[in-house]
Structure formats: structure tokens, C-alpha cells
Design a protein around this ligand. Sequence first.
Ligand code: SF4
Length: 416
Amino acid sequence: MDLVNFEQRISAGDRLTGNEALQLYRHAPTYWLGRMADQVRQRKHPEGLVTYIIDRNVNYTNVCVARCNFCAFYREVGHGEGYVLAFDEIFTKIEETRALGGVQLLLQGGHNPDLPLAWYEDLFRAVKQRFPDFKLHALSPPEVLHISRMAKLPVPEVIARLIAAGLDSIPGGGAEILVDRVRKLLNCYSKASADEWLDVMRHAHRAGLRTTATMMYGTVETDEERLEHMLRLRAVQDETGGFTAFITWSYQPEHTERGGAEATGVDYLRTLAIARLVLDNFDNLQASWVTQGGKVGQLSLAFGANDMGSVMIEENVVRAAGASYCMDEVEIVRNVEDAGYVPKRRNMHYEILGDPFFREHDVPRTLELSKAREAGDTSVPAELVNYEARSAAGRKQRARPVSPEPGAGGPISPVS
Ligand code: SF4
């Protein structure tokens, strides 16, 4: 392998083919991959800034019919630990987020058969009515597909209705590896094939939304399939230019049906670096410190990342799989400055919003992540009676008397 030639080509901005990227991914020294990825990052971001966003990762329901075998978060329909957040609970989370300088919710959840399109539209409208400037970065492509299948409406129509209700952008979750062989083995092919996932993103971009793209690696995929995933994203980005950022993280195995071991930190840094080299049409790569920890997150800034992702206020999904690191804004800024960069707050469009919020406002330290709900809270939102349930368990639950306060979480019974 002629690393000198590769270095010249990467420095000149040449595009790598899939085979070239595979050679480098497999055989180039880790320090070399990091140096090349850092060179590309510097070319795209010469100003020496590292950005982050203050938002809150809210999972509106953990009830899911998809049953991906790598997921420790979901509960089956009718399970006693299944929940749907009340609109009021979500409003409270937004108020808490705003107090910390937060500008958006990252709102994702399970494929709950008892939440029809109207529930999402009503929630989004209600959020925008109360918090007009607050952004909704919501519903990954498989969730959009699930809603469209339940509503028996085409994806573009569902996206148009969600935008009309207040959707601002779409997170790139549920991509895992965009190769159908892998998706079948992970039992996530039926929630969205690789083509379906990419098509939702195409439709979103055509409708004027910006989205992110993700990759979860470290299950059953080969090196070739990781690169195929990146090449498919690169092709859509060539078509639409709608992706703002790429985020990759390793599979978190604890408490999952699939089990197994987690990929190493070196594997993460090599994967991040090769992504920076392959995804030449993506401006932003995030450091996934929530799964890799703050120290590897900081190292990511030398392996192609230019963004620290989100300040974590709440986390439920990674935590369920046994790993979740907590860094508040103070800690993120400390890591960024210690690595020699200037930290700046941004929005989802990567527009700079300003300097660290805590330096201008009196905010409490967040040393522990919030949960969707406190353990043992089995309340059922009163407003759910307004929406038709498809599952037998959901219909039974909604037939029971509910709290008289519309919009309030009613102290009814568990989802069981
Ligand atoms: S990853 Fe998402 S779609 Fe898959 S089981 Fe978990 S909650 Fe459901």
C-alpha cells in the first residue's frame, strides 16, 4: 500500500473509492488514519472551533413492535414497564432544557402501534404553541415509516403533515448498517430496509428538512459492509446535500437479546477517521462520547470529529444497554479547550449560537442524567383516550376511566 500516494491524493481532495477506503481501513496505521482525518477536518474547519448543541434526548415511548435484537430499550406491547410520556411531561422537559440553554428536543421512540399520526401532530402543534422558537429534531426514518404504514399514507405526505405540525429536522437513527444482509440478522430489516431508510431521508431533504446520518457498527457486519454503508450515505449526499452531520457509535451489548462484546476504542477511532476520509461531502462529524466516554470523545477531535454532539441532559437507550456517560456543558467545554480548540454552541444547522451558556448564565451542574421517567412511575397520559389504539392491550387500557384533567398524566394503571 502506497501511503505517500494516498496522502498526496487526500491532501489534494481526491475522492477515495470503496476499495481504496477498504485497504486503508484494514491496513493503514492508526496514527496515519488520524493524521489524514485531522487534515481533512482542518481543511473543512480551519477556524479551530469545536461545536456542540444543548438539547435533550427524549424518548416519548419505549413500547415497540420492531424487536431489533441489539436493543435493550424497548418493551413489548402490554409490558408492565411500557410507557408513553404525557404531553405535560414533555412540556416540563422542554422547560428544564430551556433553563440550561437548550434549543431543541431530540425526540425519538419505539414503534408504538397505539400512537397514530394525529398524536404526533397534536404533540408537535402543542409544543410549538407553547415554545414557538424551540426546535423539534424528531422521528428517525424507521419511525416515519412506521407512522406512514399505520396511517396508510405515503411517506412524503406524512413528512408534509409533520412539517405542518412543527417538525424541524429528522435525526439519522435506525440506520444501524445500511446493508440488508446485516439488517436481516439484526431483525431490523422489516422496520426499514436500507433502501427504505435512505428513501425517507431523500423525501425529507426534498421537503426542505435537514437531517443527520448515523452508523451503529460492531454487531455482525464486515469491514466491507461498514464501508458500503458510508458509500450509500455519500451517494445520497451527492444527490440532495441534506445531511448536516454523520455520527457513528459502537453497538452496546448489555441486556440485549443479541449479546456479545463491545468494539474497542481503537476500532472506534479508526472507523471515525475512515468516515472522515470517505464522507468527503459531509461537513460535520460528531464525537460519540456518550458511548465511548469523555476521554475517547476528546481523542475523536484528533481523528476527524469537529463536533461534540449534544450536552446530555437525559439518556434512556444507551443506558438500557449498560453504558452511558454523562458530561454536562462544563465538562464538554473543559474537554474541548483542553484539546486546544475553541468551544461554541450551535443549533442543528451548525449555525453558531454563542459561547458556553454556563459562562453567561447561572446554571446548575448536571452530574447525573435524567430518565424518561422515574422508576415505578406507571402513569398513563389522560390524552391517550383521544387516539385510537390498535393493539388489544392499548384498547383495553383506554377503555378504563382516566384522569379528568386533559393533557395531564393520569394516575391510572401500568401498561399491562
Ligand atoms: S432500536 Fe428502536 S425500533 Fe428497534 S426495538 Fe429498539 S426501540 Fe424498537
